[in-house]
Design a protein around this ligand. Structure first.
Ligand SMILES: [Zn+2]
Length: 234
């Protein structure tokens, strides 16, 4: 890839688990003209659940299958496995089934070929990555290892490391945002942010995240695209 639609800088987002808080997050992304990839577990769609994180009880209910297409319209849907297991603990056959069944089911729901993946719990290794590359229709897969860098990883598309995790690194995300806005580059550079939308309910920091979106949006020199649009050659 030489650039993103004629631009040298791109920003993309990736949010996991297909929770109902995605609806509020999408409203924000749409308000600021930003694009996100949402990583869904087809085996959990429509399930009602709660989580207790950091002493806070939060809703962890998943978007219902018949709502997936309309809720995520204009953004990208990607796989997150059928049942959210630790993939490195599974056999080769089980791994392929977890990902490919999820991919096919989600493709049916959204009406296009789903090609992205994010590793559940970030659990991955070379064996899992090779299976995804060689035996599924997945074309890129994201880890949970923050690089704090904007470098593309063309040789690492099946173990792609994001720039920053919004939830534990909000201050760092703002700092990187300012650095990225000021960056002058001849090489393509990508700012990749990931998280879970339910985490905004834990820290009640929706407003602060919106300030970040306001800050990084509307720039003529930045391409705002889904993961596929930013990682895979058009
Ligand atoms: Zn997850």
């Amino acid at each position: 890839m030489t650039d993103f639609n004629g631009k040298k800088k791109a920003i993309t987002f990736s949010y996991d688990d297909g929770v109902t808080q995605d609806i509020r997050l999408i409203e924000l992304f749409n308000k600021y003209g930003l694009k996100c990839t949402f990583n869904l577990n087809s085996g959990a769609l429509g399930q009602t659940a709660e989580l207790i994180r950091e002493g806070v009880r939060v809703n962890h209910t998943k978007i219902a299958p018949d709502k997936v297409r309309s809720v995520y319209e204009g953004h990208e849907v990607a796989t997150h496995s059928v049942t959210h297991p630790y993939l490195t603990r599974l056999t080769d056959e089980e791994i392929v089934r977890e990902i490919e069944e999820d991919r096919i089911k989600l493709s049916e729901l959204v009406g296009y070929d789903v090609v992205g993946h994010a590793y559940p719990m970030g659990d991955c290794d070379e064996r899992v990555a090779s299976l995804l590359r060689d035996r599924t229709g997945v074309k890129y897969a994201r880890t949970v290892v923050s690089t704090h860098s904007f470098d593309l990883q063309p040789d690492n598309l099946f173990l792609f490391d994001p720039t920053v995790y919004h939830h534990r690194e909000m201050d760092e995300m703002f700092r990187l945002g300012e650095e990225f806005l000021a960056l002058k580059t001849d090489e393509p550079k990508l700012f990749y942010i990931w998280g879970h939308a339910y985490e905004f309910d834990i820290h009640n920091d929706w407003r602060r995240f919106e300030e970040f979106l306001e800050m990084i949006s509307g720039r003529a020199d930045i391409f705002y695209g889904t993961n596929t649009e930013c990682l895979i050659c058009p």
